[in-house]
Design a protein around this ligand. Structure first.
Ligand code: ADP
Ligand code: MG
Length: 592
């Protein structure tokens, strides 16, 4: 094939523009992205070779080499992984395949208000992948040959990162890919072994393949009076630990290493809120390293949002987004699960049916709920001094957890609620983790247990109201009688509340009751005089009610005297068991 010119897909051009204009303050991530691609390519080769060992050709040791050339001003990241055919290079490096990335881009450009730094944060969170090379390079050359193809079927891909790229056929004896970055004038700092090593150490220590760099040594100048220099020795050495992080003993892993690993697998700039790392033995053996992020990703609610769990079998990478390992309502969890028992050739279909997978999933859900319970427990530490004047001492570790649950809940609370409908077995635990605003407090901070503990003498239900906004909930005439009697009512404004609460008939033996449904029976909360007044009113207004009923017969099913109003003359309610006004409005909005 002679040289072919291709244009980038419009989205790629857009992404490239964003990359070069908003990531300058975070240049070094290019190395993380390119090394991670090299490592992915080796994982893919290992996986395909499970069925065809000849793909290893004569180079069974998978590795990544990073080198630089001061005179040419280039950095090269080379792997002996799966490689690309010419067509694959055109497809993979010229278009954006993932629908999520395209959605993200259109959202980003519609949010004109975001300035470059904010965009940088967002893109970094998303992970720009291969194109991040253009942060430091004004030209990138990729030479590759796919494992199993002939040496003459190699490909060279070149682009200056503007609108187009070139592709030509080359002969390439080595399998795999070499990405060469021709550095921009302001990226000199990367032409330095020490700098490259430190960035690799920061981002890629956990990568289980060796990342090699050529050793350098100091050489005195030949002539006296001239400076010496570092020279390459031709010997390569690993510059990362080259051991999967989760396979190392917990006590040997620092907080920083855990945090960097999280950033590497999640593309998040921020530290995670918390994590849990365990080796589970029993009916099935596996290692889990699960993280709770501090910030919700932009696509948390898109329909095809997958779980963030990477599945490994005995250190061999099997798949990303293993949705069978984490239920939908915990889709925000990121991490790795490495099973010792699943077969290496496990497919997504097989995963759905496997008993081991079920056990792993149950165990992982328990672990996540456990982490959340722990954060919830330490969300607020009230200084408590007991009768003997002894003040509780809060450990530093627990003190560090303060406020984290509130932060988690603000980001992911609405997603967690989906669990009421999705995870019957853990419903009670999930219900305990929920927080609501109420007529006594503004923020979502009241748990059902708090509410119960504050219930009035004689109160038999947990009362709640659903509305579109807090203000609408708070000003609803349906709350009048509750206000008068000083009864707390939970205010629910999340879209999922109505649906999710439908699955929670009671909490810890106390029924939940919407104040907008049926005849609110305040039971023992009503005194004798009020009951009498009500009965009298019902009698007096009988003829009027009959007339109203007749006049409204197409619009209202019933008209009755009520005790729920104090100041307002009338309000609408729905029958017990019917859709609430709020849900009806929602469905109408959705075009149902
Ligand atoms: P992602 O890694 O998230 O898929 P990237 O932008 O980093 O996205 O890479 C795009 C695609 O280019 C990869 O999915 C892969 O198919 C291909 N690719 C990139 N680097 C390599 C490499 N070193 N070897 C083989 N394929 C690669
Ligand atoms: Mg990538």
């Amino acid at each position: 094939m002679s040289k072919q010119h291709h244009s980038f897909q419009a989205e790629v051009a857009q992404l490239l523009h964003l990359v070069t204009h908003s990531l300058y303050s975070n240049k070094e991530i290019f190395l993380r992205e390119l090394v991670s691609n090299a490592s992915d390519a080796c994982d893919k080769l290992r996986f395909e070779a499970l069925n065809d060992a000849s793909l290893y050709e004569d180079a069974p040791n998978l590795e990544v080499r990073v080198s630089f050339d001061k005179d040419q001003r280039t950095i090269t990241i080379q792997d002996n992984g799966i490689g690309m055919s010419a067509q694959e290079a055109i497809d993979n490096l010229g278009t954006i395949a993932k629908s999520g990335t395209r959605d993200f881009l259109s959202r980003l450009s519609s949010e004109q208000k975001a300035d470059a730094t904010e965009q940088g944060q967002l893109i970094g969170q998303f992970g720009v992948g291969f194109y991040s090379g253009f942060i430091v390079a004004d030209k990138i050359t990729v030479e590759s040959r796919r494992a199993g193809l002939k040496p003459e079927e190699g490909v060279r891909w070149t682009s200056g990162g503007a609108g187009d790229f070139e592709v030509e056929t080359i002969t390439r004896p080595e399998r795999g890919t070499a990405v060469t970055l021709h550095l921009r004038g302001d990226a000199d700092e990367y032409l330095n072994a020490w700098k490259l090593k430190s960035v690799i150490g920061k981002y890629s220590d956990h990568i289980s393949l060796p990342i090699l760099m050529e050793k350098e040594e100091w050489k005195e100048a030949e002539k006296e009076g001239e400076p010496g220099a570092m020279v390459k020795t031709g010997e390569w050495e690993a510059v990362n630990k080259a051991k999967a992080l989760w396979a190392r003993p917990k006590k040997d892993i620092s907080t920083e290493e855990y945090e960097e690993f999280y950033k590497a697998i999640s593309h998040d700039f921020e530290k995670p809120l918390t994590w849990s790392h365990n080796r589970v033995e029993g009916n099935t053996e596996y290692t889990q390293l699960l993280y709770i992020p501090a910030k919700a990703p932009f696509d948390l609610y898109t329909r095809d949002k997958h779980a963030g769990i990477k599945l490994y079998v005995k250190r061999v990478f099997i798949m990303d987004d293993a949705e069978a390992l984490m239920p939908g309502y915990l889709r925000f969890v990121k991490g790795v699960i490495d099973s010792s028992d699943l077969p290496l050739n496990v497919s997504r279909e097989l995963l759905q049916e496997s008993r081991d997978v079920r056990l792993i999933r149950d165990g992982s859900v328990k672990r996540v709920l456990g982490m959340l319970e722990d954060l919830a427990k330490h969300d607020k530490h009230e200084a408590s001094t007991d009768a003997d004047g002894v003040t509780d001492v809060v450990s530093d570790e627990d003190k560090a957890k303060e406020g984290k649950y509130s932060q988690f809940y603000a980001e992911f609370g609405a997603v967690l609620k989906e669990g009421l409908g999705e995870d019957f077995a853990n419903r009670e635990r999930i219900a305990r983790l929920l927080r609501f605003a109420s007529t006594t407090g503004d923020t979502a901070s009241v748990s059902l247990a708090d509410y119960k503990a504050r219930m009035k003498e004689g109160q038999e239900a947990i009362y709640y109201i659903t509305a579109e906004t807090l203000a609408a909930a708070r000003n609803s005439p349906q709350l009048e009688v509750f206000k008068k009697k000083g009864i707390e009512v939970l205010l629910m404004t999340d879209r999922v509340d109505e649906w999710a609460l439908g699955y929670l008939q009671d909490f810890d033996g106390t029924p939940l009751q919407s104040v907008a449904k049926g005849a609110v029976d305040l039971g023992k909360l009503q005194d004798e005089a009020e009951k009498k007044a009500f009965d009298e009113a019902a009698e007096t207004f009988k003829p009027l009610l009959a007339k109203l009923k007749e006049a409204l017969k197409d619009k209202a099913e019933d008209v009755r005297v009520t005790t729920r109003l104090v100041d307002s003359p009338a309000c609408l309610v729905v029958k017990d068991g019917d859709m609430s006004n709020q849900l009806a409005r929602l469905l109408k909005q959705a075009g149902q």
